[in-house]
Design a protein around this ligand. Structure first.
Ligand code: PGA
Length: 250
């Protein structure tokens, strides 16, 4: 089964609404809707409605959600709120959220379930720290994150999600994983899904590499058999570099 490539920007805590509007208006005229890949961006909550309004071909992702629908959780945003705005995707378990906001695998599993129930595609991030990489613990860490973060989902649900393998040492550092390492780790993610959920889920699940992806290196990642796309931070902030990435993957 052919998997449709999927490239997402992740703006993190960047861009005002006016800047988000300018970005979409800069990128959209270059897209026809006939592209062979899905392209989208994750935006701050405050930009989501502007993004959805200006997105014709581009997909829109929230960067986080709460697993509960409503209640006394000051500052949180629920899945029904994201659904009402019209974002079709949501990043969960990004290493910045795991590190700074104590997001756990159990949170990810609950968020993934709630998103899937709402018809929103979770983009689940996993990846090891530099110390874990140096200690040869990548496989152990990634397998445990996947097992914990996908717990309770059905094989069919897992086939619908996007997994972003992002080694923490490569995020925002310019020290991208070489293509063999990225391929091996994305294959590890697929093999883990196969072990836990079976062949159909493993064949269907789309797996991205993330960590210092740039216009200059995107094509070599996309040529790897187990890499179906990329999650891109810094290089997704400017119209020009995002368009270069799109052009390199068309
Ligand atoms: P980067 O970020 O492309 O700036 O390394 C990737 C990410 O955090 O998703």
């Amino acid at each position: 089964m052919a998997r449709k490539p999927v490239i997402f920007g992740n703006w993190k805590m960047n861009k005002l609404r006016s800047e988000a509007e300018a970005f979409f208006q800069g990128v959209e005229p270059h897209l026809t809707g006939e592209e062979k890949a899905d392209y989208g961006v994750g935006t701050p909550f405050t930009c989501l409605d502007v993004a959805v309004k200006n997105a014709k071909v581009l997909k829109v992702a929230a960067e986080n959600c709460n697993e509960k629908d409503s209640g006394a959780y000051t500052g949180e945003v629920s899945v029904p709120m994201i659904q009402e705005i019209g974002a079709g995707y949501c990043i969960i378990g990004h290493s910045e959220r795991r590190t700074y906001y104590a997001e756990t695998d159990a949170h990810c599993a609950a968020k993934a379930k709630r998103l899937l129930d709402a018809g929103i595609v979770p983009i689940l991030c996993v990846g090891e720290t530099e110390a874990e990489y140096d200690a040869g613990k990548t496989a152990e860490v990634v397998k445990a994150e996947l097992a914990g973060s996908l717990a309770g989902l059905t094989a069919e649900e897992v086939g619908k999600i996007i997994i972003a393998y992002e080694p923490i040492w490569a995020i925002g550092t310019g020290k991208s994983a070489d293509k063999q390492t990225a391929q091996d780790c994305c294959k590890l993610c697929r093999d883990t899904v196969r072990d836990l959920f079976g062949e159909d889920a493993a064949e269907a699940v789309r797996i991205q590499y993330g960590g210092s992806v740039k216009p200059i290196n995107i094509a070599e990642y996309m040529a790897c058999p187990d890499i179906d796309g990329a999650l891109i931070g810094g290089a997704s902030l400017k119209v020009d570099s995002f368009l270069e990435i799109i052009n390199a993957t068309k």
